[in-house]
Design a protein around this ligand. Structure first.
Ligand code: HMG
Length: 439
């Protein structure tokens, strides 16, 4: 118990471990939490967030394990996204103030200037069979070369439905790491997965292929490989989309347009030469990417991991966007890997993810890549525009004000008067505290 005094911690409970928590019912799990961790009465908060619709609640509980409640996040809309000639109202799920406002502001700005133009650079996903093998590399290379067709046939059970949708195994290549790790090789397998993100499909094919590969290699060479693991890679540098916006500098509707676009371009350039800035710059872009990924039931952790690895593909972590001002023309583009799906996974299971895809006019996975990259670019554009003009705090803190007021326990009427007051005063935590103290 160390430093704590029980008299000052009326709700303090002894933390404890448990075996078999996963086997308890939801009520038993909560009861155990009440006895061991939860402050008295606070279990009611868990219950407050249950859906009154049991079937719906059931669906939610099955997404994850050991579920005791639902965690709500705002579901918002950023309208006016003109992407490749189609207008979208984009659903975004984020808890951070000013993200949706920034995306909407970026979309609105570009709506009148031609919108976002996108290009799918490639749409290949990949997985790897990692293995050790004690034979000669040339023998292995020759074995792989002559067996590619049989490898592909060996996986037909799993791949045939995907092939009907235009997907399947694309390439199989050997990667030799023995110079840095004795006996270690990879079979790198590239896939097309049609409109699915494809994680389960890829992993199933890899495991099936590894069994066949192992048996066949052993039979042909008398040296059995040790399959270390089979798993897709969330680094997808061959599943990349570019989104671009362009207009004349004079279209910026600002008498200082040249000055600001020049500063803007410099700000993006800084994110290409300085990692500290690049990470924050990309965080801003990913504010938009993640929010749409979550709203459409896509795996934002995979997208984040892949995007940041891509940002460091030249050995230095850099901006995912570029900006030029040449001949009086402002151009900005974001290029990033996006392995997303519009079928499978959570996309149809989560009622709001399903609705999001309907809102987006039932896109293909490539169209969704274009939409997400464009929201990322809009977000990045709006953030950098604020940074080089008014400064970020003005817009961000204005929208964060209601959170600060809530946190400080302001009543509805005081919050209302504070909102009015801060229309003409700079918002900061201290300024809000001072305002409330004076009330
Ligand atoms: P503004 O020019 O004061 O906005 O910008 P406005 O009041 O003139 O409205 C213009 C449009 O912005 C609106 O059009 C909306 O589209 C949108 P309308 O709807 O009126 O036709 N908009 C809003 N949408 C919804 N709710 C709102 C709202 N307000 C404006 N309340 C704005 C205000 C916040 C948009 C601007 O200051 C901005 O873009 N700021 C950037 C905010 C940002 O990036 N926030 C993310 C958090 S900070 C961060 O994490 C990333 C960062 O570190 C990244 C980096 O460093 O690069 C900044």
């Amino acid at each position: 118990m160390g430093f704590f005094s029980l008299t000052h911690q009326p709700n303090f409970k002894m933390s404890s471990s448990i075996s078999g928590f996963s086997k308890l019912s939801k009520a038993e799990k909560i009861q155990w939490l009440r006895l061991n961790y939860l402050p008295d009465g606070s279990h009611k908060i868990l219950e407050q967030f249950w859906s009154s619709d049991n079937a719906f609640q059931n669906v939610f509980e099955n997404f994850s394990e050991n579920t005791v409640s639902n965690f709500h996040l705002p579901y918002s809309i950023a309208p006016n996204f003109l992407i490749d000639g189609t207008l979208y109202a984009v659903p975004m799920v984020t808890e951070e103030s000013s993200v949706v406002a920034a995306a909407s502001a970026g979309a609105k700005f570009w709506l009148k200037r031609g919108g976002f133009k996108t290009r799918i650079i490639n749409n290949l996903k990949e997985g790897q069979i990692h293995f050790n093998w004690a034979g000669e590399a040339q023998i292995l290379e020759a074995f792989i070369r002559t067996n590619i067709e049989s490898f592909i046939s060996a996986c037909k059970n799993t791949t045939s439905r995907m092939e009907k949708r235009g997907g399947g195994i694309n390439t199989i290549t050997l990667r030799d790491f023995t110079a840095i790790e004795p006996q270690y090789y990879q079979l790198k397998v590239q896939f097309r997965t049609a409109d699915a993100m494809g994680a389960n499909f890829i992993n199933s094919v890899l495991e099936e292929l590894a069994d066949f590969f192992s048996v066949r290699l052993t039979a042909e060479t008398n040296i059995e490989p040790t399959i270390i693991m089979c798993i897709l890679s969330n680094y997808t540098p061959d599943c990349v989309v570019e989104s671009m916006v362009q207009c004349k500098v004079s279209e910026f509707d600002d008498k200082n347009a040249e000055y600001y676009t020049d500063k803007f371009q410099k700000a993006v350039r800084i994110a290409q030469i300085d990692t500290y800035r690049a990470v924050t710059h990309n965080k801003g872009l990913m504010n938009g990417v993640d929010a749409v990924a979550i709203a459409t039931g896509n795996d934002f952790r995979a997208i984040e991991a892949g995007a940041h690895a891509f940002a460091a593909r030249d050995g230095v972590y850099k901006s995912l966007s570029e900006c030029t001002v040449e001949g009086g023309v402002f151009t900005m583009r974001a290029t990033l890997p996006l392995a997303v799906g519009t079928v499978g996974g959570l996309t149809r299971l989560h009622p709001l993810a399903k609705l999001s895809l309907e809102l987006l006019q039932s896109p293909t996975s490539e169209q969704l890549m274009s939409i997400i990259a464009s929201v990322g670019l809009a977000q990045n554009f709006a953030a950098v525009r604020s940074l080089v003009t008014t400064g970020i705090q003005k817009g961000h803190m204005k929208l964060h004000l209601s959170n600060i007021l809530n946190e400080m326990g302001a009543s509805e009427s005081v919050a209302e008067s504070a909102q009015k007051y801060f229309e003409s005063h700079t918002v900061s935590v201290n300024a809000v505290r001072d305002y409330l103290n004076e009330k």
